[in-house]
Design a protein around this ligand. Structure first.
Ligand SMILES: Cc1ncc(COP(=O)(O)O)c(C=O)c1O
Length: 394
């Protein structure tokens, strides 16, 4: 199946093509538990001699299909589905870190991931080091004998930092440090961190993988089958952040159109980035597809496209930024991203509230940054809406 193209794998990957009663689509196995033939069957299943199912918190055929498909799309050997992106991220970090260890994180991360690393992990004796990973010399300085994980997003949320995954991996491998990459912004369509050497890839499946704003889910993928087994049965299953079968089914449906959606998202984003660059009221545009953007060259090397999240700063600071987002008619003021609908937000007031507001510049963004998740509507309508709010505000 790995020889097939992305869209074929997104539709058929990880399945033997056979569904009960010759159904085109797989059923939703909406069951909490599974029935055994006898105690011998229990023994074989619980000792993993057989692939049969025990209980949905451990496994379920609909979840397994979603996991297998995600593993194919990210070129992994296995995947674990979770009830949310944060469940995937927290379980992965807990599985790789213990008392006395530290994790190196990039200075900009999704707000809850930042809180997890800087506030929750330290309560369990796990330290963190905040580094600008776009400067590899900072990574060099930060690594010590207790560093066990390097964790980052590329592109990062909300400032679209592009981190050279191959270079980070090269340095990490010298010290046996695990590299975990949140690939939510790129989706597996535009980037495959495992191919670049990362140990684990995590996604908020809530975003592009779903694509329709109707599921909260997460997934972690790795090339190490033993690790995936441990992550599933020692962490997901015991912490309990399992995905529901219905959500897995919706995500399988979302995946079928991931490729064509990402193409449309990106083509709209390229047009919108240009519009924002030419808008005299916009001071700065953050988008990896802009040739003079800081991460452009690395993005070209490690991605197959630039994604569709754009951040920008407007003239007049926070007050004007708020007016801009409040004056929109078509574009929705909402957290989350990756949906068919164009969504807009002010990170400092919304997704990144956990960052200390007086120190935002240290993290690469400001209070007045606006983030837009470019949807797949007709791009002229998206631009028309932005244009009317800009005209009203200025
Ligand atoms: C980059 C990134 N990672 C992880 C998450 C968390 O995902 P979830 O909301 O599915 O828990 C988000 C949510 O916005 C995100 O933007």
């Amino acid at each position: 199946m790995n020889d097939y193209g992305f869209n074929t794998r997104a539709i058929h990957g990880g399945s033997d093509g056979k569904n009960p009663d010759n159904a085109l689509n797989p059923p939703i196995f909406q069951t909490s538990t599974f029935v055994f033939d006898d105690i011998d069957h229990v023994e074989r299943t619980m000792s993993f001699e057989s692939d049969d199912y025990v209980y949905t918190r451990g496994n379920n055929p609909t979840l397994r299909l979603f996991e297998n498909r995600m593993a194919q799309l990210e070129y992994g050997k296995g995947a674990v589905a979770f009830s949310s992106g944060m469940a995937a991220i927290s379980s992965t970090l807990f599985s790789l870190l213990k008392l006395g260890d530290n994790v190196i994180i990039h200075r900009t991360l999704y707000g809850s991931s930042y809180t997890l690393a800087t506030q929750l992990l330290p309560r369990y004796g796990i330290g963190y080091k905040l580094v600008d990973l776009t400067h590899l010399e900072e990574l060099e300085e930060a690594i010590d004998q207790n560093t066990k994980v390097i964790y980052f997003e590329s592109p990062s949320n909300p400032d679209l930092s592009i981190i050279d995954i191959r270079e980070v991996v090269k340095r990490a491998k010298e010290e046996d440090i695990k590299v975990v990459v949140d690939n939510t912004f790129a989706s597996p369509y535009f980037q495959n961190p495992l191919i670049l050497g990362a140990d684990v890839v995590v996604h908020s499946a809530t975003k592009y993988i779903c694509g329709h704003g109707d599921v909260v889910g997460g997934v972690a993928i790795s090339m190490d089958e033993d690790y995936i087994h441990r992550l599933k049965f020692d962490y997901m299953c015991e912490f309990g952040g399992v995905m529901s079968p219905f959500d897995a089914w919706l995500l399988l449906r979302g995946l079928k159109t991931l490729g064509i959606r990402m193409k449309q998202h990106e083509s709209n984003a390229m047009v919108l980035a240009k519009y924002l660059q030419e808008n005299p009221r916009v001071r700065q545009v953050y988008y990896p597809g802009i040739e003079d953007f800081k991460g452009y060259d690395i993005a070209r090397k490690q991605m197959n496209g630039f994604g569709a999240i754009i951040s920008f700063e407007v003239e007049g600071g926070l007050e004007k930024a708020v007016k801009i987002v409040e004056g929109l008619q078509l574009i929705k003021l909402a957290v989350s991203l990756g949906d068919c609908e164009t969504l807009i937000e002010v990170p400092a007031a919304m997704t990144h509230r956990g960052y200390p507001v007086e120190q935002l510049e240290r993290f690469g963004f400001t209070e007045s940054m606006v983030r837009i998740s470019v949807g797949i509507e007709d791009v002229n309508d998206i631009i028309g809406d932005l244009d009317q709010t800009f005209r009203q505000v200025y």
